[in-house]
Write a protein that binds this ligand. Structure first.
Ligand code: PLP
Length: 443
């Protein structure tokens, strides 16, 4: 269909089955972005919308960044695609080295994927195969957490803990158990940074391990900060405790850093921020600034080396994707990491965090607000749900924000904010000023 530039919204929206969207509602009153630059999206009706969410927690360097755009352009004209199996191309190796150099020290190897969901599947498979490789073949059980989000593939929804993402899709993986979530609003509401209460919830792992037997458990996977279920911070001491218990029982610890990776909390990765080292890290999103799909699993030398035995011509891990380390994605990744470094964006996020924190907590006395949580450049504002109509109040806030030229994101009755790390103080003032007005006018 030819695009009518004077009216960029296509006449027929029916073919595209949109992901995680109320399709029928959307198609009655579509919300379309047609371009983006810096901190702003441009809508099809010509408005500039302030990006309070870095797209979907991914455009950490903001939009239309020249270095990234140019790298993609050049790479497309030079080497568009190279087979991912039994062949290589330089940029995938360069990007893996760069990632290793910026990742927490024990992470020495990088397996490329195309999304956060694929990174999770990959890490879970590596965990089970690793245990087998070291003679622990009975360790096949995986442990996730309630309210965890690990993407939408079968492994991820099995270890994940979001009811709607699980209940429609059959019996899922067997041999999975879940830790309790760490959201304790009664004790921790309006915490700034890590909440005081809840480290003891990690001890539930001891109970789960005792129930199944440690010799059956391969790995525990958690988001160090749970983003998609409403920005849930780890209580003080919680991640350290998980690390101690997993180590004690020979269980791998996987941090799903698809959101927390690449500066969101003011460090390269949350593992550095919390000073807790997992055995594997999954990432995606900010790896390429969200511009080209790409994800990665970072693994320790110990894990990697456990596979490197047997005849040299033997494939060590029977896993991979057609687009693992795709040349254009690799070029975008390299340019993205350079942009972060050149502009000091992770440090910038750390510097701005106190201003961000004060701004979000200024909403405390607005109507309907029952909790506020924040860390780095991320925040969750929890609203009291309308009786009998959960999610409606927050979704109305989202629609009103969009009409008022601000992009926010809602999950349940929680507003989640995660702006590009190039945000400036005046943007923060605009974002929270508008949000305060919207909250005051909400039913
Ligand atoms: N893991 C976490 C922690 C996420 O937040 C997400 C997406 O938001 C995913 C996995 C899935 O990533 P993707 O949508 O790229 O598959």
């Amino acid at each position: 269909m030819a695009l009518d530039r004077s009216n960029p919204v296509p006449n027929d929206l029916s073919a595209f089955w949109m992901p995680f969207t109320a399709n029928r509602q959307f198609k009655k009153t579509p919300r379309m972005f047609v371009s983006a630059d810096g901190m702003y999206y441009k809508t099809s009706d010509g408005r500039d919308v302030l990006d309070g969410t870095a797209g979907l927690w991914c455009c950490n360097a903001g939009h239309n960044r020249p270095k990234i755009v140019e790298a993609i352009r050049q790479q497309a004209g030079e080497l568009d695609y190279a087979p991912a199996f039994q062949m290589g191309h330089p940029k995938a190796f360069e990007l893996a080295t760069r990632l290793r150099d910026m990742a927490p020290e024990p992470m020495e190897h990088v397996f490329f994927t195309n999304s956060g969901s694929e990174s999770v599947e990959t890490a879970l498979k590596i965990a089970i195969a690793y245990q087998r490789a070291i003679g622990q073949g009975t360790r096949t059980r995986l442990i996730g957490r309630e309210r965890g989000y690990h993407g939408v593939n079968f492994g991820g929804i099995s270890v994940g803990g979001i009811v709607n993402n699980r209940k429609f899709f059959g019996s899922l993986l067997t041999g999975v158990d879940h830790l309790p979530h760490t959201h304790l609003p009664g004790q921790n509401a309006f915490s700034r940074g890590q909440p005081e209460h809840g480290a003891h919830l990690a001890d539930e792992l001891e109970r789960i391990v005792a129930l199944h037997g440690p010799e059956t458990v391969a790995a525990v996977i958690v988001e160090p900060m749970a983003g998609s279920t409403g920005v849930l911070m780890p209580p003080k001491g919680y991640l350290q405790r998980l690390r101690e218990i997993t180590r004690k029982h020979g269980i791998l610890l996987i941090f799903d850093e698809v959101i927390t990776g690449f500066g969101r909390l003011g460090s390269s990765f949350a593992a550095d921020h919390f000073d807790v080292m997992p055995d594997m890290i999954t990432c995606a999103k900010g790896l390429t600034n969200g511009v080209i799909p790409m994800g990665a699993v970072l693994a320790t030398k110990e894990i990697h080396d456990a596979f490197m035995h047997g005849p040299e011509e033997a494939i060590e891990l029977f896993h991979g994707y057609t687009y693992s380390g795709n040349p254009i994605a690799s070029a975008a990744g390299l340019a993205t990491l350079e942009t972060y470094k050149e502009e000091g964006l992770f440090e910038r996020a750390a510097e701005l965090a106190p201003y961000w924190e004060d701004a979000v907590h200024s909403l405390r006395d607005c109507p309907h607000v029952i909790d506020i949580r924040n860390m780095g450049l991320i925040a969750g504002i929890e609203l009291d749900p309308i009786a009998g109509a959960p999610t409606k109040r927050a979704f109305s806030a989202f629609l009103q924000a969009y009409e008022n030229d601000v992009l926010i994101r809602t999950t349940g009755d929680i507003i989640a904010l995660s702006p590009p790390l190039i945000i400036e103080k005046h943007h923060i003032d605009t974002l929270f000023g508008k949000l305060a007005d919207i909250l005051k006018g909400l039913d």
